[in-house]
Ligand binder design. Structure first.
Ligand code: CP
Length: 298
């Protein structure tokens, strides 16, 4: 049984093949075609933590593959409210479906789920640890928009300490050549040592002149143990049309979203701002992921 728990479980060959499959899915999505790959199958969408893009793009992906979806976005409406454990909840729901996409605020929750589930588990984010399917769609976006996944200078900006999308992205790019990272954060939100891989530079200044990819992130209120620290840091970086004038003409700005002010909405009309396209690419990428783990036998 295949699970998607950590991006570290995927080699370059695995990732390249998944992205090639996502590209095929993209052409079906663009033509408005539905595929039969998950016909008669059910996805459990278990969201123990808030989500817009991950949950709804997984649901959209499942519908486009002719499958159906059960689940919840509000754990208070489940027996968790009666103190049932996440492990028992997953074990039970895995009797009702063929694949589970889940998100939890707890690091390690997806791994735990994979140990008790009778169906494949897809990690849609486990606390501040990892968000592997976001990384897959981020890589798909970079491949589509820059035409390559090697020889890139990637500037990662914002909450690099708690940012799970950044953590998974750093690990995924270990598989690629001539990658340079610039980690831009205040010292309080610096990237943990385990993600400082390959060639990198750290700074607290928003220096984007030489970046091919600017990966902006939100300062995440919900991850701060001390809210006064959040108030101090929340507006530390903001990309405006003025900032964009300093960037390369062929750079791209990405953001996993949601944003809360770190990218001025006046930037949205600049062709280098690809964050909503990135959100759209979540559907074909997640179609490919669902096919990979649960699409056998069709
Ligand atoms: N990118 C992302 O994970 O967005 P949501 O939190 O809305 O799912």
């Amino acid at each position: 049984m295949k699970h998607v728990i950590s991006i570290e479980d995927f080699s370059r060959k695995d990732l390249d093949s998944l992205l090639a499959e996502a590209d095929k899915m993209l052409s079906f999505v663009k033509k408005g075609k539905q595929l039969d790959i998950m016909k008669g199958k059910i996805m459990g969408a278990l969201f123990f933590e808030a989500s817009t893009r991950t949950r709804l793009s997984f649901e959209s992906a499942m519908h486009r593959l002719s499958g159906s979806v059960i689940g919840f976005a509000e754990p208070a409406s489940t027996s968790l409210a009666k103190s049932e454990t996440i492990a028992d909840t997953v074990k039970t729901i895995s009797q009702y479906c063929d694949v589970i996409a889940m998100r939890s605020p707890f690091p390690g929750a997806a791994k735990l789920a994979s140990e008790v589930s009778r169906v494949p588990i897809i990690n849609g984010g486990d606390g501040s640890r990892e968000h592997p399917t976001q990384t897959m769609l981020d890589m798909f976006t970079i491949k589509k928009e820059k035409g390559r996944l090697d020889d890139l200078h990637i500037a990662l900006v914002g909450d690099l300490k708690y940012g799970r999308t950044v953590h998974s992205l750093c690990k995924a790019f270990q598989n690629y050549k001539k990658i340079r990272f610039t980690f831009i954060s205040p010292k309080e939100l610096a990237i943990p040592n385990e993600y400082k891989i390959g060639e990198y530079r750290e700074t607290n200044k928003l220096e984007l002149e030489d970046a091919d990819v600017v990966y902006m992130t939100r300062i995440q209120k919900e991850r701060f143990p001390d809210q006064t620290e959040y108030e101090k840091l929340k507006n530390i970086y903001r990309i405006t049309p003025e900032t964009m004038k300093t960037m390369k003409k062929d750079a791209i700005i990405m953001h996993p979203l949601p944003r809360v002010g770190e990218i001025d909405w006046h930037c949205d009309s600049d062709p280098r701002a690809v964050y909503f396209k990135q959100a759209f690419y979540g559907v074909p990428t997640r179609m490919a992921i669902i096919k990979m783990v649960a699409g056998g036998g069709n």
